[in-house]
Design a protein around this ligand. Structure first.
Ligand code: NDP
Ligand code: PYC
Length: 347
């Protein structure tokens, strides 16, 4: 949803849009390291037609800064003194994006050295999609998981009130000649951003996405935002969402989704918590058994596509190719929103 009509479109190059987003963030007092990293993921979202994590997120970023929920001047710190396979970045109450960019070279180096390594990011505000992060690792020839809690907006399967977050989970696998195999999804039926985009567009939700404040099924976005979203796949999504609370919340010594909501007191701000990224060297794990793992993976991908199925991220990579050739399409209303944010900041 959210694709502008052809008559209502301005196209910007990715660089031009990045300049505009960075200028808005800088004007709001966000330092250059963070503004650059945030702008890169927001523009990547628009470029890849992932509207739920594109420019619509700018207001949430500015709201969090204005309310003092995040430090616009934070400089993340890399803590890797023991040389182990666990790399840690303290985001110092800033956004996750600059912290990730700081940690990823050390994570990749350790994953190559040990075969597997993890990056724990603590004390960050996180609003972004995870695929840019796993792609940063597939670009370095590594496979990777990324996951984080969010804030309580999802009822556990069989429950009736928000407890888990929309807890995204992403996986990437490097490919020999093609863009990587990447999937990235909320462990709720849809990202919360999608509910908000339905509300703004005045469209009902598909059945099965949410329950209202009384625990009854609803397709009304307002009632869903006041009630709870549902996990994808019933008890299966609920269990994966719970695993993320354990690994990327409790295990790394950071907030669970409930604690994040208690801390913020509202879902109007981007959530604050930690994040866990695990990187693997396929060659180190295969250790020469059964041939090159990347070549063997191609056989699997060909068999999937050979049945007429599509690979995850195929839609995104097609949108990326279009945007790189023709520019990023933005509606008149979206351009006005950028103008407004540039001129006035948040109203
Ligand atoms: P979607 O359901 O839109 O997509 C999930 C994945 O499935 C994508 O990789 C998508 O690829 C793939 N896919 C979709 N349809 C098919 C198909 N028919 N065949 C094969 N693969 C398919 O994602 P969500 O709405 O669940 O999440 C959207 C984003 O929200 C994610 O990037 C996530 O990281 C982010 N998010 C972030 C949170 C945070 O706290 N930071 C919280 C929750 C979500 P493709 O893109 O090519 O369609
Ligand atoms: O879309 O569910 C979501 C979300 C929550 C925090 C960032 N994105």
């Amino acid at each position: 949803m959210g694709e502008p009509q052809l008559t209502d479109v301005t196209t910007l190059t990715p660089d031009a849009l990045r300049g505009r987003v960075e200028a808005i963030l800088s004007k709001a007092g966000i330092n250059a390291q963070q503004a650059g990293a945030i702008a890169r993921v927001i523009v990547a979202g628009e470029r890849d037609a992932c509207k739920s994590h594109g420019i619509y997120r700018i207001e949430g970023v500015l709201r969090a800064v204005k309310a003092g929920k995040v430090r616009p001047d934070a400089v993340p710190v890399l803590e890797q003194s023991d040389g182990s396979a666990i790399v840690r970045v303290d985001a110092r109450s800033g956004f996750s994006n600059a912290a990730f960019e700081l940690g990823v070279p050390a994570l990749a180096e350790r994953a190559r050295r040990f075969g597997i390594a993890a990056l724990a990011i603590n004390d960050c505000t996180h609003f972004a999609a995870l695929w840019p992060e796993v792609e940063a690792l597939t670009d370095r020839g590594l496979a990777a998981f990324a996951m984080c809690p969010s804030y309580s907006t999802v009822a556990p399967a069989g429950g009736s009130a928000p407890l888990l977050g929309t807890n995204p989970f992403a996986f990437g696998w490097p490919r020999l000649e093609s863009p990587p195999y990447v999937f990235d999804f909320a462990t709720s039926v849809a990202a919360r951003g999608e509910i908000e985009l339905h509300r703004r567009a005045g469209k009902p939700l598909p059945e099965g996405w949410a329950i209202d404040a009384d625990g009854q099924p609803t397709t009304d976005p307002e009632a869903a935002l006041a009630g709870a979203m549902l996990p994808f796949g019933g008890h299966k999504g609920s269990a994966i969402g719970t695993m993320i609370e354990l690994l990327a919340g409790i295990m790394i010594g950071d907030f669970t989704s409930r604690e994040a909501l208690d801390y913020l007191g509202s879902t109007a701000f981007a959530p604050r918590h930690g994040e866990l990224i695990i990187a693997f060297s396929p060659e180190a794990f295969a250790a020469g058994r059964a041939g090159n793992p990347l070549a063997r993976a191609e056989v699997l991908f060909e068999a999937i596509v050979g049945q007429g199925a599509r690979l995850p991220s195929q839609r995104r990579f097609a949108a990326r190719a279009r945007a790189e050739k023709d520019g990023i399409p933005l509606s008149t209303e979206e351009i006005r929103q950028l103008d407004r944010l540039q001129e006035l900041g948040l109203d």
